[in-house]
Design a protein around this ligand. Sequence first.
Ligand code: NCD
Ligand code: ZN
Length: 366
Amino acid sequence: MSTSPTTTLTLRRPDDMHLHVRDGEAMRAVLPFTAARFARALIMPNLRPPVTSAAQALEYRRRILQALPAGAHFEPLMTLYLTDRTDPAEADRARAGGGILGFKLYPAGATTHSDAGVTDIRRLDAVLSRMEETGLVLQVHGEVTDPDVDIFEREARFIDAVLAPLAARFPRLRIVFEHITTRAAVDFVLSAREGIAATVTPQHLLMNRNALFAGGLRPHHYCLPVLKSEADREALLEAVAGGNPRLFLGTDSAPHGRAAKEAACGCAGIFSAHGALELYAEGFEAIGRLERLEAFASEHGAAFYGLPRNSGRIRLIKRPWEVPASYPYGAERLLPLRSGEHIAWQVAEEPPSAGTGAGSTDMASP
Ligand code: NCD
Ligand code: ZN
């Protein structure tokens, strides 16, 4: 093993399999950060009103493509917002739509813009059967919403109360347990039946719940699921560094204007798109497994979703940079993760070599 520290890292262009880009001016402010790093992203449907139909998703997809900076090569992948009233035929329309990968389950009240979400998953058997038959994937926000359950226990409770029974009732349904935060979730996913995977965010790999209270209340470190204990963080980092193909990159970058975050009742969501890949590199480096970043970021997600691998490359350099205090966000300002502090890695300005087809894809090798 080489003892010299790695100073550059060239990867296949990655995919962000869980991203909030919002809409309109807000979208135009944040989308360039993602398009500069990722070839594709799975776009979350929790707009107001939510994206509940294939027709709405295709419209939203078109708006995203129009908002891309000139010359960007980026493909939005879509998912529909599941409600108590989702028509099973919507699964067939989604399948036919092209570029729609599945449905997102928000338990009603679990997080930002989830009030139209599902009150009881057992009422959705017909939709879930259609998804299982057509190969659409269920993306799950995995937290129970009972206000009597301790907020740090809501994910673990969800596994036993909802997710494990659901996976058993629909044995061929493909499920992504989104933004997992606990050792319990890692254990569940790694020992679950085939067809179950999970995304992991940079914040849950790099911070524990102390970051919510470091020297005072830190609203910009508040997201859902909330940051967990150091033991949970270590379990997540060890699991992704272990290289299991069931775990892949999904930033959950979730921008909110400053006023919505710094309020008596502040919104959940951490914006990380300005340094997403670089932050994951810090995590993998900290555990001495930088060589495992590429599979986590650029291979496992595509393989789970049955998508071709991206053929372009992106290069990271180990050179600390200071994150701006804030970025413009429509008429507001947005405070990014590490605002005014440093990120150890940066994306190289120039592409690693000419002619790598930054926007194209090639077939995954077996
Ligand atoms: C997300 C948002 O703001 O849309 N917030 C968050 O804290 N992650 C919603 C979500 O994914 O839970
Ligand atoms: Zn999210």
